[in-house]
Structures are given as C-alpha cells and as structure tokens.
Design a protein around this ligand. Structure first.
Ligand code: BMA
Length: 314
C-alpha cells in the first residue's frame, strides 16, 4: 500500500487493489460511477458516490466499508434529482459531484444541480447518509465545485467554488452567516499558464485544518490536442484569512497514468472528492478515475504538507 515510487512518479501512492468500486459493484443498473466523497464515522467509512444512470443523468449512491478499501454499495440510490418542489427545475439533468463536510456536528453536502440553465451549487444535509434534506440552492448558474469549510471562520461559514467567468475556471471563496445567503466573494486562485493546472482549476476535497493552514486538495486541468487532463494538486490557505494562499504545490500529487485512469467514459481523469486523515498519520484520498471507477491513494500526511510547501521533492 505505501509503496514508494521513484523520483518523478506520483506523490500519492495508489492502492494496489484499485479500482475499489467499478460499475460491477453497483447493485442497480447504471452507466458509470464518477467520483465519491467520504466520511469516517467511528470505525465506518461512508462514501457518497456520483453514479450516472443509463438515461444520462446522475444520482447519489452510498457505499460503506470497515477498512476504507473494501466497500459495499447500497441497493438503491440514496438521493435522486428532485422531481417536485423548488429544486426540481434546476436538477432536471441530474445531481453531481457531492462533497460532505461536517460543520458543528452536522453532515452537509454541497453538490452540483444541473439543468438546461447550467450548473448551480446546492446544499443538503443528512444524519444517516441514507436520507437527505435539501436546504437551498446557493449559487446562480455557471458555478460548481462548491465545498464548505469544516469550521466557521471569524463567525462565518466559508465555501470554495468555481464560477466560470469568461470561460476561465478559477477558485473563488465566499462567506455566509446562515449557509443560505452568500457573499463577499473573492478570487482565490487562478490557473497557471504553462503548467499542469493551466486550463481550469476547482476545489476537490473539503479543506483539512493543519498548523500550516487549510490544506485544499484541488483539481487542475491542462488542455491538450487530445483533450483535457485532470490532475490532483494541493494548496495551503491561511487559517484566519482563507482567501490568502500560503503555499501552492508546483507539481500535481497524482496524474492519470494507470489504464483505469486513462481509459473510460472520459479518459485521463483523476478527480478527488474526499479524503480521510487517519490517526496513523496516513491520508487516504478518494478519487474518480476516467469517470468510470473509484480509486484510493495514500501518503504520509506530513509528507503531503511538505510537498505543498514545496520543501521536498517526491
Ligand atoms: C468535472 C466533473 C467531474 C468529472 C470531470 C471530468 O466537471 O463533472 O465529475 O470527473 O468533469 O469529466
């Protein structure tokens, strides 16, 4: 599991049992499994999966595990696009890319509501991971990759998101006193010309608090003649003023290399939506590969911080 690749390979180490969830593990008929957000509660891991149905729109399914590596998926989707009420017209094309964050003991899910109007960020909550209560649509169209911070900062809820302004995908930050009304939006991070994250970037995993700042595991996209390549990178944000970048990794921590990351509905995609920092000091990062399966990769958490601070080479 903690096999260390030589210099030049990835900083996150792939589990040799990857992929950990494929289409064959989903007990109901569907097209593909995209990505998943994780929570460890006690000794159990809950993975909320984005699953695309055969009709083409996505729903959420729940997978459970005792070791974080071997998962069993519930028989039916746990959350489907709303078909009535105020969310229905904005979820017509599906619900996508969930991210769970625990704030003040409540499990909140920010997800993408997709319709002919475009993508909007929506917020729901759950107590048991089986039932979901929608709270609000929290952005206008043209926004996605909404992720809540696990704590209020200076008394306010904070989120990262990715509005598409002028076709450029950058990471932004916004604040709210009540989780419903958001504002004080500011640009946080932009793509870096010439680099692996030159085309688009977006938040991926709920921020993790460290003594050096909030660790944000994000996705960076490079456009090539053969299409986009989605890689995983890291950045540290100031603890008190999270709109300030403390350090941003120069290199991705994981790039698509294995067949299961290169070949699928959308090839060359590694797209993280969740991570668990274990008491042992290991971080498990869960990511969707090629929009077709779920994988896990690990690192020593301290090592990942050092890499982000650009202190160390792989
Ligand atoms: C993003 C999301 C992800 C997907 C990625 C690559 O916009 O929709 O779920 O993995 O594109 O297709």
């Amino acid at each position: 599991m903690n096999k260390h690749f030589p210099l030049g390979y990835d900083i996150l180490h792939r589990f040799e049992g990857n992929p950990i969830i494929t289409l064959e593990d989903i007990p109901f008929r569907c097209n593909t499994v995209f990505n998943g957000t994780v929570v460890k509660k006690g000794e159990e891991y809950f993975l909320l999966l984005r699953v695309e149905g055969q009709q083409g729109y996505s729903v959420f399914a729940l997978a459970r595990s005792k070791d974080g590596l071997h998962f069993t998926v519930e028989n039916k989707p746990v959350m489907k696009p709303a078909r009535k009420g105020p969310f229905a017209r904005y979820e017509k094309y599906g619900i996508e890319d969930p991210r769970i964050t625990v704030v003040d003991g409540v499990y909140y899910i920010m997800y993408t509501a997709y319709s002919k109007y475009g993508t909007r960020i929506a917020l729901a909550k759950t107590e048991d991971f089986l039932h979901y209560e929608r709270i609000a649509l929290v952005s206008e169209p043209g926004n996605k990759d909404g992720i809540l911070f696990p704590e209020r900062i200076n008394g306010e809820y904070v989120r990262l998101d990715r509005p598409i302004g002028k076709g450029v995908g950058s990471m932004w930050i916004s604040y709210s006193k009540n989780l419903v009304d958001w504002g004080k939006s500011e640009i946080l991070m932009t793509p870096r010309p010439g680099m692996w994250d030159s085309y688009r970037i977006g938040a991926s995993v709920p921020p993790i608090k460290t003594e050096h700042g909030w660790l944000e595991i994000y996705h960076g996209v490079k456009m090539t003649v053969a299409g986009p390549i989605y890689r995983i990178g890291t950045v540290l944000l100031d603890l008190e003023q999270p709109h300030k970048v403390v350090a941003r990794c120069n290199k991705p921590v994981l790039s698509p290399r294995e067949d299961y990351e290169r070949i699928g509905d959308v090839g060359n995609v590694a797209f993280a939506c969740g991570a668990v920092v274990e008491d042992s000091g290991e971080i498990k990062v869960y990511y969707g590969a090629a929009d077709t399966c779920i994988c896990v990769a690990t690192a020593e958490f301290e090592n990942l911080i050092d890499i982000t601070l650009n202190r160390k080479d792989a």
